[in-house]
Design a protein around this ligand. Structure first.
Ligand code: OAD
Length: 244
């Protein structure tokens, strides 16, 4: 890994320290240093299959046992991971901002675990499971051991409380994200490939409403073209240095 660019770090730190209304959007990259696999790139495979082929309602309808194996692996994995310095830096940022929104595409719960107070979970959470049909929900820790767990309330199937490809995002989370885009002075985008809508459009949207955009990623993404500054490096190293 090459050294961080000091000029980019300083430019990002200046933009953030001048702002009191900040929106942050995070993706899988912020949790990579905690050991949570990303979706794309080398970490995005499970037993040789793309995570993207398993995170769909069609896959679940076709073979719920197969999809549950993948999700049990992911849920079990979470008990062994901890927030890293990147997650913790965002807790400090929240504490000093007048208004702060943390929008995450991650389902790993690591922002909560780090101490972030309000987290807008666009893609749901692995911490809970829910019925495919009725309103039943329970913590993943109470998930029955069956290969295809049934709903204790209506008898249909339980599924992870995450958003799969092709499904609608939670309306309340989208409304909060909309508010963030409308009111933030700076939007900080961390560890997302910027390929999945609508999150991919958030930075453009915030920019069109007058916000400055700061990006933190290992590499160039579609968001880089709208960013005022992109800092290339691991979030766990970069965030503590740009969040005063
Ligand atoms: P991706 O896996 O698509 O992208 C991860 C991004 O993080 C890439 O751009 C990496 O370069 C970057 N990255 C990796 N390690 C990093 C590090 N240590 N520091 C900073 N950046 C790092 O993940 P997302 O963009 O979150 O949706 O993916 C978006 C959505 O697509 C996910 O929420 C999921 C997925 O399919 C659903 O499941 C609906």
């Amino acid at each position: 890994m090459s050294a961080l660019d000091e000029r980019d770090l300083a430019a990002a730190a200046d933009l953030l320290s001048d702002a009191s209304r900040i929106a942050v959007m995070t993706g899988a990259g912020i949790s990579a240093e905690s050991g949570v696999p990303t979706f794309r790139g080398a970490g995005g495979f499970w037993r040789g299959r793309s995570a993207m082929d398993l995170a769909t309602p069609q896959a679940f309808n076709r073979d719920p046992e197969d999809v549950w194996k993948f999700y049990r692996y992911r849920i079990d994995g979470l008990s062994r991971v901890e927030p890293n310095a990147g997650h913790r830096a965002l807790v400090s940022l929240e504490r000093r901002c007048e208004r702060f929104w943390l929008i995450t595409q991650n389902v790993d719960g690591l922002h909560h675990a780090a101490g972030s107070e309000r987290v807008i979970e666009l893609h749901g959470t692995l911490a809970e499971v829910r019925c495919r049909v009725c309103a039943y929900r329970c913590p993943s820790s109470e998930l029955p051991d069956d290969p295809v767990p049934g709903c204790p309330s209506c008898g249909d199937l339980l599924r992870p409380a995450v958003v799969w490809f092709g499904e609608d995002l939670p309306r309340a989370a989208l409304a909060e994200a909309d508010e963030a885009m409308a009111h933030c002075e700076v939007m900080l985008v961390v560890g997302t490939s910027g390929l999945v809508e609508p999150a991919a459009s958030f930075a453009r949207w915030a920019r069109s409403r007058g916000a400055s955009i700061v990006e933190v990623n290992l590499e160039t993404t579609p968001i880089s073209s709208v960013a005022d500054v992109s800092v290339f490096g691991p979030a766990g190293e970069v965030l503590p240095r740009i969040v005063g």
